[in-house]
Design a protein. Structure first.
Lengths: 272, 457
């Protein structure tokens, strides 16, 4: 089987424009998707899915820059708008109409905050995108039995859930797997933050009794119960926080943290 | 018909209502200290939201027991007020149960009133129990739950019980007196009828007791009404406008400052013409602070939030920062805003700043500055926020705690450059590399190397 695979050449907007082409959708990778070693696997899994179903997509490559979300949540409106206006200039120059991203922070910022600054696009989160692919039968998740009986709990991202009322799409994606989906007590609108939002990702927490990600990981572990299980996330920051939490609790042998795109790519036989 | 008693009543009612209007005007003035914001859009969506969240108590039902108990008090308040209207008419014109002419409908109303009054008493007793005996954590703990908020809550509950008891005293004595006189009983009294003998058989004495009960109830209501503006109980009025003017946009959308947009556009493009700055009445340009340092930097809606807060603590009880022992309590942010507003602007009838600050300051190290930022709310609290919107989601009256936290943070960063060092490093990374981490922008596309997909068979 080793030879039955092909090297992916990820198309960029610049190349497409040079060929006079436009993609169906721009995949906004995000900083974590481009630089975080663990989270790069999510970016790659999502691209594998895009390639597998034959969606005409492109990325900005090195032309992409931070949306400005962490700056804005930290109170630096000036830096946020600098980033936003520069990005909007790039996006508008390429006549981008539709954007998909795996990062809820990028998703929220481009969808909700760019329009005021002249950036109007159809923005969808990869959970909704994957849900659509599954519903349309383009992703069949034939390898879903591999997950049979496996306990999966989904951790809601604040910027996907409360911020944008997307609770069901990631759950429906997970439901396509033949797994045992269990809910934490605090879920959906009552979900507990992983602790990284609002630029907390980039600073030490304030003095307190406990770290937020530990509180959340304890809840997830209690929900999964003994034995193997998966904490499913749909946000790069949540993934880092939950991974750290699982390591802190020394459960990394039995409990894995995966993005929903990774689980779908695994079930589809695209990656291990 | 109209005697000296009616005239006294008229004067008392006029004074009570006048005093209330005077207090409302002060509060209106305080709220209008805030910056202007246009929230007149989408009236139909706003009305729907008000019907669901304010009238329908939708968000209360996330927690069943308090929701049901609160519903008793809420419905009791609304329905019993129809009888209060009658009391006002009777008081002014010397009539007796003037609405009695509607017959069976009146009987039904009086019967419902009595049952509701009994439920209100039960609910209030249980609320007192929750606060003072079982000490539900969100009601009993937190640095902001100082002397006044705790006393205020108990005053409200006890007053409500006493008011309902006065209504029963009036109904019981009046019913017995009418029965003794052989008159036709107007209305139905499913609870009072079991207690008709409680006050003896002397018609004169019954007349006096009924009068005392009646006067106590109406004076109690007038006094309570004037207590509202000093109390968290003011939510019974403010909940409605506050929900009406609440945010209709996705919770993740934070405000954008157009003044900054013009500045950046002018930087990027020297030919860009920013619009003329706003001018005040004397034609001087209005210098607007970036972010908020004090109450006048917040919008009137954010100030209205502070007058709507019931101090229920649902926000704080779901705040991830608070749950893990950080100083931040969204309820404190809102209560501080109100206290500061009243310190700086007008204040209602009962106002004792000592009662707000004297107890339980614990680890929150405020300064003597007469400003919201640092004088009441410390940077440590603000930096603990994860902007997760759990507080906003939990609030039964649609207060936006997060918007106030964000505006205070913006002041720290934009006007004082007082962000924690690690965040300043993050800003520098974004400026230099276009990413919050220190990776070269040229490496941004490296993730795509050596990526394979299986061939389709």
């Amino acid at each position: 089987m080793e030879e039955n695979k092909r090297l992916v050449k990820v198309p960029t907007m610049a190349e497409m424009a040079a060929n006079g082409e436009e993609p169906e959708v721009l995949f906004w990778v995000g900083c974590a998707g481009a630089f975080d070693d663990r989270y790069k696997r999510v970016t790659r899994a999502f691209v594998q899915i895009l390639e597998h179903v034959g969606v005409k997509y492109a990325v900005l490559g090195t032309e992409e820059s931070c949306t400005g979300d962490p700056a804005k949540r930290a109170g630096n409106e000036f830096l946020f708008q600098m980033q936003a206006l520069t990005n909007i200039e790039v996006l508008n120059a390429y006549n981008v109409k539709k954007i998909v991203t795996a990062c809820p922070h990028c998703f929220n910022t481009i969808k909700n905050e760019y329009p005021d600054l002249g950036g109007n696009y159809e923005v969808i989160h990869h959970s909704t995108f994957l849900q659509q692919l599954i519903n349309e039968g383009k992703v069949k998740v034939q390898g879903g039995e591999a997950f049979k009986g496996k306990r999966i709990t989904f951790h809601d991202s604040c910027y996907l859930g409360r911020a944008n009322d997307i609770y069901e799409a990631p759950r429906e994606v997970l439901a396509a797997l033949d797994a045992d989906l269990v809910e934490m007590k605090r879920s959906r609108a009552n979900g507990l933050c992983c602790g990284a939002g609002g630029a907390q990702m980039f600073k030490e927490p304030e003095p307190g009794k406990k770290d937020i990600n530990i509180e959340r990981t304890e809840e997830a572990l209690a929900t999964l119960g003994a034995g193997n299980g998966v904490i499913a996330t749909a946000c790069p920051f949540c993934m880092v926080m939950m991974n750290d939490g699982v390591k802190n609790k020394e459960q990394e042998e039995s409990v894995k943290v995966f993005d929903i795109a990774e689980l779908i790519a695994q079930a589809e036989g695209l990656s291990k | 018909m109209i005697g000296i008693e009616n005239i006294i009543f008229l004067i008392v009612a006029a004074v009570g209502i006048g005093l209330f209007v005077w207090q409302i005007r002060k509060i209106r003035k305080n709220v209008l200290m805030g910056r202007d914001t246009d929230l007149a859009d989408n009236p139909s969506e706003r009305i729907n939201k008000t019907l669901l969240v304010a009238f329908g108590q939708q968000k209360m039902f996330k927690r069943m027991l308090p929701a049901v108990l609160h519903l008793f008090v809420y419905v009791g308040f609304i329905v019993i007020n129809i009888e209060v209207l009658e009391i006002l008419i009777d008081g002014i014109f010397g009539t007796h149960r003037v609405l009695g002419f509607v017959g069976p409908l009146y009987s039904g109303l009086m019967a419902i009133n009595e049952i509701l009054a009994a439920l209100v008493i039960i609910a209030c007793v249980m609320f007192l129990w929750r606060r003072n005996v079982t000490k539900v954590p969100r009601l009993a703990t937190g640095v902001e739950m100082r002397a006044w908020p705790k006393m205020d809550a108990n005053v409200i509950l006890i007053t409500e019980i006493v008011l309902m008891l006065a209504l029963f005293v009036f109904n019981i004595a009046d019913l017995k007196r009418v029965q003794l006189a052989g008159e036709e009983v107007v209305g139905a009294y499913p609870i009072s009828q079991f207690f008709v003998d409680a006050f003896g058989n002397d018609p004169d004495q019954l007349y006096v007791i009924a009068k005392v009960g009646w006067w106590f109830h109406i004076l109690g209501i007038l006094a309570f009404m004037n207590y509202l503006p000093s109390s968290k109980h003011f939510h019974i009025i403010m909940a409605f406008p506050n929900v009406y003017y609440s945010k209709l946009l996705p919770k993740g959308k934070f405000t954008t400052n157009p003044a900054i947009t013009h500045e950046i556009k002018a930087m990027l493009d020297p030919s860009y013409q920013p619009p003329a700055p706003e001018v005040d009445a004397e034609g001087n340009p209005v210098v607007q602070r970036f972010g908020a340092k004090d109450v006048e930097d917040l919008t009137w809606k954010q100030l209205m939030d502070a007058y709507t807060c019931t101090e229920c603590g649902r926000c704080t009880s779901v705040c991830p920062a608070n749950l893990t022992g950080k100083l931040l309590s969204p309820r404190k942010i809102i209560m501080d805003t109100r206290d500061r507003m009243e310190e700086k602007g007008e204040h209602p009838a009962i106002f004792a700043p000592n009662h707000y600050k004297e107890m339980g300051v614990e680890r929150v190290q405020t300064t003597e500055q007469k400003e919201l930022l640092r004088g009441y709310i410390t940077p440590e609290e603000l930096w603990a926020c994860t902007t997760c919107n759990a507080c906003v989601e939990s609030c039964p009256v649609n207060i936006d705690q997060l918007s106030t936290i964000m505006d205070l943070r913006r002041f720290l960063v934009l006007e004082e450059s007082a962000a924690p060092a690690s965040l300043n490093a993050m800003f520098t990374n974004i400026e230099n590399n276009g990413a919050p981490w220190a990776f070269p922008a040229s490496d941004r596309f490296n993730w795509a190397e050596d990526l394979y997909v299986p061939n389709k068979n």
